[in-house]
Design a protein around this ligand. Structure first.
Ligand code: GLY
Length: 295
């Protein structure tokens, strides 16, 4: 959607894949609830990085999402999470890979954002989380370890958020338990800049869901930024990036904001849970792009 420059805008995703039909309304409700947290940060004049982080932390609380509490399990039945946040004003990045035993991987990524390093993994990431006072938890605190519940969709439901704040700053982030049954130590696209996420105030921001190895092989977030810089609006950039994954098997989904707060989203998966709002646009949530008749 093209628009005059917006005061603020926010879009989140709660994962791509094939999900049960009776999940649709609960999923929309979870999305709108998380979106409200980000909207309130932006309406109060808060920073895009905080709006995006807080939105993802809200999604990380819900068993329908494959992030935080609802994370899927690796081949050993363990939870290993990836997350990232990027500030499009400074190009600062905070990301964690294969982190265990923290309540909110997105919070740990946010704590790393202003540090010289951009990515910490495994035990080192958890030690950083502990040292910086992030909320730690026992493995048994995670939903799928407690209940042995299967993932909500076939691809899991990585979460992400892109926000534009009233100062014109853009942030993009991701948080995920990765793919169900993944090898221990596997890291997907979600904590890799230019793959699962990117933000640049001059162009926009993007966050992806889907099969991380394909998203990373095609550098989908970097391609999205290139399309925005070439003049595509957010919707066209999202459509083109998702199509770029086609030749290697697809299973990709994107949310995009351009620098003026224009909104785009696309997926080649059966569903993709998305919610968005802007200073001139009421909040709405969808589980497929075809439902979104506003645009
Ligand atoms: N896109 C999430 C993952 O592959 O880990």
């Amino acid at each position: 959607m093209t628009s005059a420059t917006r005061t603020w805008a926010i879009i989140l995703h709660a994962g791509a894949g094939r999900r049960p039909k009776n999940d649709a309304q609960p999923t929309r409700d979870v999305c709108l609830n998380a979106l409200a947290r980000g909207q309130s940060v932006l309406r109060d004049g808060g920073a895009a990085v905080d709006a995006a982080t807080e939105t993802m932390m809200e999604l990380e609380k819900h068993p329908l999402c494959n992030a935080g509490y609802g994370s899927v399990l690796n081949e050993h039945g363990e939870v290993e999470m990836d997350a990232a946040i990027m500030d499009g004003a400074s190009f600062d990045i905070g990301a964690v890979g294969a982190i265990r035993g923290v309540r909110h991987a997105a919070q740990v990524a946010r704590l790393l954002l202003r540090e010289p390093q951009i990515l910490l993994v495994g035990e080192g990431a958890r030690a950083f989380a502990r040292a910086r006072g992030a909320e730690l938890c026992d493995e048994r605190a995670f939903h799928r370890i407690k209940t042995q519940a299967p993932p909500s969709s076939d691809l899991g439901d990585t979460v992400g958020c892109v926000a534009l704040d009233p100062s014109g700053n853009i942030a993009a982030g991701t948080s995920t338990g990765g793919l169900s049954g993944k090898p221990a130590g596997r890291v997907g696209d979600s904590p890799l800049p230019g793959c699962g996420f990117y933000a640049d105030n001059a162009a926009g921001g993007a966050s992806f869901s889907g099969i991380g190895e394909r998203i990373a092989r095609k550098l989908l977030a970097a391609r999205t930024m290139q399309y925005l810089r070439e003049g595509d609006d957010a919707q066209r950039a999202a459509d083109r990036a998702v199509a770029d994954a086609g030749p290697i098997g697809g299973a990709a989904a994107a949310i995009v904001l351009d620098a003026r707060g224009g909104i785009g989203w696309a997926h080649d998966t059966p569903s993709f849970a998305v919610a968005y709002a802007a200073s001139d646009l009421a909040a709405a949530a969808y589980v497929t792009r075809s439902e979104d008749v506003r645009r």
